[in-house]
Ligand binder design. Sequence first.
Ligand SMILES: *[C@@H]1O[C@H](CO)[C@@H](O)[C@H](O)[C@H]1NC(C)=O
Ligand SMILES: *[C@@H]1O[C@H](CO)[C@@H](O)[C@H](O)[C@H]1NC(C)=O
Length: 253
Amino acid sequence: MRVAVVVACVLWAVSEADGRPACAYPPAQWCDSHHIAVACQVEQQCLGFKLKKEVDPVMISLYYESLCQACRYFLALQLFPTWLMLNDIMNVTLVPYGNALEKNESGKWVFDCQHGEQECTGNMIETCLMHTLQDADRYFPIIFCMELAADVIAAAQLCLQIYEPKVPWTNIESCITGDLGNKLMHQNAELTRALNPPHDYVPWILVNGKHTDDLENEAMNSLFNLVCKTYSGEKPQACTKADGRKSIPKCMI
Ligand SMILES: *[C@@H]1O[C@H](CO)[C@@H](O)[C@H](O)[C@H]1NC(C)=O
Ligand SMILES: *[C@@H]1O[C@H](CO)[C@@H](O)[C@H](O)[C@H]1NC(C)=O
């Protein structure tokens, strides 16, 4: 590593002397784009692997409902842990609505959820959390905390208080009880109805926008392996370590 830095510094000094554009980037960014690689004269060295930021993350979309057991299993024990380890190479979209139905009652959307009124509340809380907090780093741990809890709805206020920076519950509540929450849930309904093929169960998982029963089964069994396998760029260390783990011998008698 040190040798590479020294060599690169020499190359950089040479390029300055040649009157070419100077390399004004720290070494960590040299392979981030073709432009920087050229400026820093490390084009050849960067060719060995795909330029990291030019590779699209693996898109995982989850269509679910807050009280469905299989959805809770997938979200809390597959999706969230995988995202913790691989968030550099994946992008998660959550659409809580699932098998609910909606109707327009004099201009306001009224929802009928598979597991009753409580489930509609859970979907709404999670939707309002996403909208209010915006950033997955902030809302995903809270949604995970809710879905892992015995009582999804009762856990919401507690889960909101676990993570910094703390957000007052009233900020979320005003979305839930107001027109905003109603409108956001209607958007979830439309996104769910737009699925092609249409969903016939939940959790309904899309990998890079695509759903098949095989992808669904792979995701349910080991989303981590599926994301590592699907990512077309240089595999992050977490992926290669996971492969290594398989070869650890069992403890024989
Ligand atoms: C994830 O996907 C969404 C929707 O396409 C996009 O707006 C967002 O920028 C993506 N985030 C990352 C980190 O790629
Ligand atoms: C919902 O119903 C109201 C009147 O009951 C109507 O004005 C409005 O256009 C309807 N909205 C949609 C999207 O159908």
